[in-house]
Ligand binder design. Structure first.
Ligand code: HEC
Length: 179
């Protein structure tokens, strides 16, 4: 009789234990998903401020956005480079860009899951996607060629593998990877 009491107590404790652990596990993922969304929104806002606030003003004063901004006294970084520079300052997680036809290897989707995410975003139904990629929470915020210059510059870039970008095309995404 006593043995059964011990067994049933063990079962109750196991049940209670997993009931407590399971929601905490879920909560952690939900928290990461939320964090990814906030990071993407903040990065996008920072890039917009850079374009509308800083770049617009500085170009009036004679500065010009150019990929080789480091070497050019009057050059300033491109918006894509601005996001990547932000990412370089952050040690806690990855912040960068990915492209469907990227100019550089560093902007290639890092896994099959990330490739799937780009395919999904290209459908245009969602602007932001967050998925679990084998324990890494990956978030992407879609980037479209909103003005002609996006397409023009990418079409003419020496490293491009695609020369028929046009306004409105889905080009890639800002990506965040939380480990
Ligand atoms: C003056 C040239 C120029 C313009 C204009 C430009 N880009 Fe880019 N873009 C680049 C360069 C160069 C990179 C690669 C930067 C790096 O990885 O260091 C890049 C990277 C990207 C990437 C990452 C994938 C890739 O192709 O390597 C995306 C997505 C992107 N740009 C989207 C856009 C969008 C959307 C616009 C317009 C709102 C835009 N770009 C305007 C030059 C440009």
């Amino acid at each position: 009789m006593r043995r059964w009491t011990v067994f049933s107590l063990m079962f109750v404790m196991l049940g209670l234990g997993s009931a407590l652990v399971a929601p905490i596990g879920l909560a952690a993922d939900a928290a990461k998903e939320m964090a990814a969304k906030y990071i993407l929104a903040t990065s996008k806002a920072a890039r917009t401020v850079y374009i509308k606030g800083i770049m617009a003003d500085a170009t009036k004063g004679g500065m010009k956005p150019t990929e080789d901004w480091v070497k050019d006294d009057h050059g300033m970084m491109l918006p894509a480079q601005f996001v990547k520079e932000l990412g370089k300052e952050i040690k806690e997680f990855d912040l960068s860009l990915v492209g469907t036809d990227p100019l550089y290897a560093s902007n290639v989707a890092k896994s099959a899951k990330e490739k799937d995410m780009l395919v999904e975003l290209a459908k245009g139904k969602e602007k932001v996607l967050v998925v679990d990629d084998g324990g890494v929470t990956v978030g992407m915020s879609a980037d479209y060629a909103i003005v002609d210059s996006c397409a023009d510059c990418h079409n003419k870039h020496p490293k491009t593998t695609k020369k028929d970008w046009k306004k409105g095309d889905f080009m890639g995404a800002i990506v965040v990877r939380l480990r």
